[in-house]
Design a binder for this molecule. Structure first.
Ligand code: BGC
Ligand code: NOJ
Length: 716
């Protein structure tokens, strides 16, 4: 069953009913100002950092799902009837509901009682603001008197604090209202030099900035008192929950159309020019006024849209393929590239499943992401590489996360994941192959952002490689540390108390548990590094990498091979994981994929055998499972992986991320058809027909699809 269709020429996914199995979201913004927006206008906005600079509120995991958004209400002032043209939050029975998620914009349209409304949401390039361009058309035979209400709820900037620290937050909210523009300036009196603003192109008949006044006591966003009564309260927020809402009256003749433009934006002032006049407490609003003068004009909003479209045409035009398969073409030419860019900008930091609060950007993830977008934005890839390298530790190790606003590494999700350093090598290699910009290797970059520690980037890569050689275990395989790619294989954690985080709980300084996966990654990264050294004329360096790589390959075939597939790891007691000797977790996908991808076992047939075992034991119609048999209980010595019920997440779920490793492995043994077959199983476009099973968006790769052991097998 489908809930919409792909419009490939326009590069849009068109959703034709609002009650999708889950909110189907899109991303707005691609530089510094970002938002997520669902097919019913839910979502929120932030400047650079979803935790530290959040503009609007969103309620994750709410009932109903997806609450808090860019909501517009229309009210028939003759009958008093009101509705939201984006369906939420009023959820009336709309006609002709359509949501078009495009490249960096979303258009939601519908009709109710003969009134057609369409809103285009977008963030113009090079601006820290978003535009909601509403067109209302009267399809009735008679004139219509309408009220339009806008609404957003301001977040008091730090989303974590906003969601927890009510004893303070209920007392600090501040706004200013001038000429119908609502300025949110909580904490501006003290250390913040930024504010947000919310404005409307039309003359307003009223506004609200205090949530209680707009909604009325004990009411929700589905039934605001101001909308019901058709009259804004002109409330000025002092503390509690500042919001932004405008009321505009429209009288439309039959067939008449009118546009109303709303702009929500962010501005930073210099500390010296914070206030105007200087020794007052009044916000200096010049920045906002400048932006509003431009973007509240519909023609300029149209121009911003056209500019955004050509931007994406250019980006996507860089790599286009033509294959006999529509799903492949569509994903490669449009949605895969688009998702890579969203991921580059913010994913794993903010999405429908990442609240933007819990973690920054992953070190490993961000390096991996480079491979997907480097060809589109090489300049920004370069900057990202240098930022990431600057968080690297002097030992060559890495923080697992870094905060995009401060560009500092953080320990919120722990550190000591021993695969992390190698992804920097892989990312830089991808950058070099794409751009030929060898100068990046001579850029000097600090460690742990400490001034005075700078070395050329090339040395960062050397230290990444060295890190593994400094951390070898009893079999000569890399020690796993806190975990490797599989964050949940926590072999040194031994967590026995509820509430402890598997990612941050004090870990054993394990000297036994080893990872065959890191060994394979070491082989891949070592070869890349050797090639880099060779290209730079550093023959001796290149051969020393290659001899370490050779040694590791021998170690893998001696200690990492289980007879029919590659082992996964050794635990803290030196026992095998991912072996036929195990009752549960006998075979893992990661090593079958990564060893074969890295070319290990191509000569002696073990690569082929590992891939055959994968097909036999792990492949399902919905993708390749992470491991089998699933862990049926919690194992203290394995950690989080066994904390999940069978079939979910790392405990035998289908991780879309590692499936392509097997696909690449299949191509390395010359079996392209198998690679394509596997690809089609997880290709979201090919799964569109089973949207009621898959449930997630048909235009994005999910992190995980429930595995065979889950009652919900196939659900993403
Ligand atoms: C998830 C992993 C994730 C880790 C770190 C775990 O709960 O299952 O996929 O990488 O948390 O946030
Ligand atoms: C999600 C994390 O972002 C990624 O880094 C990790 O490899 C996977 N989970 C698997 O645990």
């Amino acid at each position: 069953m489908k809930y919409g269709y792909f419009d490939d020429p326009n590069r849009e996914y068109v959703i034709t009913r609002p009650d999708t199995p889950l909110p189907w979201i899109n991303y707005l913004g691609c530089q510094a100002y970002f938002g997520i927006i669902s097919n019913t206008a839910g979502g929120y906005s932030f400047y650079r950092d979803a935790r530290l600079r959040r503009l609007t509120r969103y309620r994750y995991n709410n009932a109903p799902f997806d609450f808090g958004g860019r909501y517009i209400y229309l009210r028939d002032d003759a009958s008093g009837e009101f509705w939201s043209p984006s369906w939420q939050p009023t959820r009336r029975n709309l006609q002709n509901y359509v949501c078009r998620h495009g490249m960096g914009y979303t258009v939601i349209s519908s009709e109710y009682g003969g009134i057609e409304a369409s809103t285009r949401y977008l963030v113009p390039l090079d601006e820290n603001l978003e535009i909601w361009q509403l067109t209302v058309t009267n399809r009735r035979q008679r004139a219509a008197d309408l009220s339009v209400f806008s609404s957003i709820e301001f977040c008091l900037w730090d989303a974590q604090d906003d969601a927890t620290n009510f004893q303070r937050n209920f007392s600090i909210g501040e706004v200013e209202i001038e000429n119908g523009v609502i300025y949110h300036k909580t904490e501006y009196r003290e250390r913040r030099d930024h504010y947000s603003f919310f404005a409307c192109s039309e003359k307003i008949t009223g506004f609200d900035t205090q949530r209680d006044s707009f909604l009325g006591p004990y009411r929700g966003w589905d039934n605001p008192l101001a909308v019901e009564q058709g009259r804004s309260g002109n409330s000025v927020a002092h503390g509690w929950a500042p919001i932004g809402s405008h009321q505009v009256k429209l009288s439309l003749q039959p067939a008449e159309s009118r546009q109303v433009v709303f702009v929500l934006g962010y501005h930073e002032n210099s500390r010296e020019r914070k206030f105007d006049p200087p020794n007052s407490q009044v916000l200096n609003k010049k920045g906002a006024k400048f932006a509003l003068a431009r973007y509240l004009v519909p023609a300029n909003a149209d121009a911003a849209f056209e500019k955004l479209r050509s931007h994406w045409n250019e980006l996507l035009g860089i790599c286009q393929v033509e294959t006999p398969d529509v799903h492949t073409n569509r994903m490669v030419n449009i949605w895969n590239a688009y998702q890579c860019m969203a991921t580059f900008n913010m994913s794993r930091s903010a999405s429908f499943y990442e609240s933007g609060i819990g973690r920054g950007l992953g070190f490993r993830d961000s390096n991996q992401d480079l491979l997907g977008f480097v060809h589109m934005v090489p300049g920004r890839a370069r900057e990202r590489i240098l930022d990431l390298a600057a968080t690297q530790l002097p030992s060559g190790g890495a923080y697992h996360q870094y905060q995009p606003l401060t560009k500092r590494g953080n320990n919120d999700v722990g550190s000591g994941f021993n695969d992390d350093p190698h992804w920097l090598i892989v990312g830089v290699a991808a950058y070099l192959k794409e751009t030929g910009d060898w100068s990046i290797l001579d850029e000097t970059v600090p460690y742990d952002n400490q001034a005075g520690t700078e070395t050329p980037l090339h040395e960062h890569l050397q230290r990444s490689f060295r890190y593994t050689l400094d951390h070898l275990g009893p079999h000569g395989l890399p020690l796993i540390g806190r975990a490797d790619w599989n964050d949940c294989l926590n072999l040194n954690c031994f967590s026995d108390s509820p509430g402890q985080s598997f990612q941050t709980t004090t870990n054993k300084d394990g000297k036994v548990a080893e990872s065959v996966f890191i060994a394979a990654l070491f082989v891949l990264a070592g070869r890349e590094l050797a090639e880099i050294a060779e290209q730079r004329g550093l023959q001796a360096e290149a051969s020393s990498y290659l001899s370490e790589v050779k040694k590791m390959e021998t170690t893998i075939s001696r200690h990492g091979w289980d007879g029919e597939w590659f082992l996964r790891a050794f635990d803290d007691f030196g026992r095998k994981i991912g072996s036929k000797e195990n009752a549960e977790g006998r075979i893992f996908i990661e090593t079958q994929g990564f060893c074969t991808l890295a070319g290990i076992g191509l000569d002696d047939g073990s690569a082929r055998a590992a891939l055959d075992s994968t097909r036999k034991m792990l492949a399902t119609q919905h993708g390749i499972i992470l491991q089998q048999p699933a862990y049926s209980k919690y194992y203290l010595e394995l950690g989080e992986i066994s904390s999940y019920p069978p079939g979910y997440k790392e405990n035998a779920g289908i991780f879309c991320h590692n499936n392509p490793w097997v696909m690449i492995g299949e191509t390395r043994v010359g079996n392209g058809d198998a690679a394509y077959d596997y690809y089609t199983r997880i290709n979201p476009s090919a799964r569109e027909q089973i949207s009621e099973v898959h449930r997630c968006e048909p235009y994005v790769y999910a992190q995980m699809i429930a595995g065979r052991d889950a009652p919900t097998h196939g659900e993403a």
